[in-house]
Design a protein. Structure first.
Length: 549
């Protein structure tokens, strides 16, 4: 693992720091499902620990009971395990430390470094000032230690209504860093907590709890995204004020978050998509959530590879989603068996073939080998786009009077086109060249086109869901301010397809390459009576072309 965070760790070790070993953590807030951006943090934090022979904790920063739920706690654990990482017995919650946080807050009050404020949230914002104007001190900023202790104790006991009082750190209302202008560190919230129930009526703010959790757990390197860089002075102030040793406490290092084209990773916006039914749920295959990507058919190996390739930067940038798709293709190219499927069936009658069935050998995978038998019958289906009645010169698939090779089978010639009363092509009558059977004596006859097919008698019906990007962008790759307006109306197209019978007893999560069509995965909606496939990615790899230029 080579990145600037690892280099900083090595510098610390060379300087004689953190001699007890490297200890990182992945600290999600359980207020939503993990998405592809979180995958970068998961891979980085667990990867740093593995690379340095250290430990990585899983810790839920559950300081806001109004937005958190055990559903999210469970899903986060499932996603991390799916990515291939394990936290052992080191699963913690911020709520495990609520008692300690309260004691730390009391200690700040006793040292004259925190006070109870009666300003409303709106007034606090107004008093805070701007980037160019200093803030204004609250009228209650200079309450005595005794009064602050009494009020904070009564806040804890539930004597005051929600929002009527808060506890604020007493730092500097004129600081150029707004985060240092007496930030709120405790608020009154009457809400049942998913982990502590109704034990508490006051809750610490995230910025108060987060550095303390790291220090309590003995984290050596607190790896955060860039938006927390301006918060670091407050974290340092807090740990300094409470007497944590500067030589052993966590060191915060910030890195650039992951942003992808055609993708949003805002939890608020993702929640809006779910709650307004723009998608089927958090695991909709169009969502950038890890459970959505898993259902789409993206593999954990591909996501880990992607996170390794994009690296760890110090400045924000947007990564082309084609790079993630490239990693998925590379993984599935090596692992997915090949089968034949027809998404838009056009019937073909082979007039010189009898009514029996011939079983033809077909290769499962070009590298791993293996074979299966596919049934070949008088009536077959091909994809409609593989036939063109008025074909241009360089159309090398099937056309009237033209020849094409059926994969694993024979060369066929189109002799007659059958149309309905509306003039639409509904059936083709063709003949096979019996001597051109794949592997036969004249199989090498030069035919420029090879197409896939399925037997009309034995093919399995299946619902195939073709996914495209959920959001559309302008020519520069930007989304409009109203992201709902950017929803792609063609992000899901459902086809009633036909697939060769070898996939009959397949399990949800099994991957295949549908020859010439792309990579597909069996969806959990599949039942013994209904096959459902999701397209993972197509075969066209735009990123591979870009990177090779």
């Amino acid at each position: 693992m080579i990145n600037f965070v690892q280099q900083e760790i090595e510098n610390d070790l060379k300087a004689g720091k953190y001699t007890d070993g490297i200890h990182t953590r992945f600290p999600p807030e359980p207020n939503g499902y993990l998405h592809i951006g979180h995958a970068k943090s998961v891979c980085l934090n667990f990867g740093l620990a593995l690379h340095n022979g250290g430990l990585c904790n899983l810790r839920f920063d559950d300081t806001n009971p109004t937005k958190e739920d055990v559903e999210f706690v469970d899903s986060i654990q499932e996603d991390i395990k799916w990515l291939g990482f394990d936290w052992g017995d080191r699963k913690f919650f911020a709520s495990d430390y609520f008692g300690k946080f309260y004691d730390y807050a009391v200690e700040l009050i006793k040292r004259g470094l925190a006070y109870v404020d009666d300003l409303t949230a709106e007034e606090i914002r107004a008093y805070r000032g701007t980037l160019t104007e200093a803030g204004k001190e609250s009228p209650w900023r200079n309450r005595s230690v005794e009064e602050n202790l009494d009020l904070f104790t009564r806040m804890k006991a539930g004597e005051f209504p929600d929002g009527s009082k808060v506890l604020r750190a007493k730092i500097d209302m004129a600081s150029p860093n707004i985060n240092m202008r007496d930030p709120v560190i405790y608020r009154i919230t009457r809400a049942t907590h998913h982990h502590t129930g109704d034990d508490w009526l006051i809750y610490p703010m995230y910025d108060f709890a987060h550095p303390l959790e790291d220090a309590i757990e003995g984290i050596t390197h607190s790896v955060c995204t860039l938006e927390f860089e301006d918060h670091r002075p407050f974290y340092d102030w807090l740990l300094d004020s409470l007497g944590f040793d500067v030589n052993t406490r966590p060191r915060q290092i910030e890195f650039a978050r992951l942003d992808l084209t055609n993708t949003i990773t805002s939890k608020r916006k993702l929640r809006q998509l779910v709650e307004e039914n723009h998608v089927r749920g958090w695991d909709d295959p169009r969502m950038p959530t890890l459970c959505g990507l898993r259902r789409r058919g993206f593999t954990p190996a591909a996501i880990r590879d992607f996170c390794e390739r994009i690296g760890v930067a110090k400045s924000n940038s947007v990564v082309d989603i084609a790079m993630l798709e490239h990693c998925v293709r590379e993984d599935l190219n090596d692992s997915a068996d090949r089968v034949m499927a027809v998404l838009d069936p056009l019937k073909v009658v082979l007039t010189n073939v009898d009514d029996g069935v011939e079983y033809l050998a077909a290769e499962n995978h070009p590298k791993r080998g293996g074979s299966r038998f596919v049934p070949f019958t008088r009536e077959i289906f091909i994809d409609r786009e593989d036939f063109m009645e008025d074909a241009p010169k360089k159309f090398f698939r099937l056309k009237p009077g033209g020849e094409v090779r059926l994969k694993y089978a024979y060369i066929i010639k189109c002799n007659e086109v059958i149309k309905n009363t509306a003039g639409e092509v509904v059936e083709l009558h063709c003949t096979i060249d019996p001597t051109s059977k794949s592997g036969g004596a004249t199989a090498g006859r030069k035919i420029k086109g090879t197409i896939h097919w399925v037997s009309a008698k034995f093919a399995l019906p299946a619902e195939v869901r073709l996914y495209d990007y959920l959001l559309t962008t302008d020519a520069q790759g930007n989304l409009p301010e109203d992201f709902i307006a950017a929803l792609n109306p063609n992000s899901l197209i459902v086809k009633q397809a036909l697939i060769e019978p070898s996939v009959r007893w397949t399990n949800a999560g099994t991957h295949y390459q549908f020859l010439r069509l792309g990579y597909f995965v069996v969806d959990p909606d599949t039942t013994p009576d209904k096959l459902v496939f999701n397209r993972v990615v197509g075969l066209k790899d735009t990123w591979a072309k870009v990177k090779d230029r």
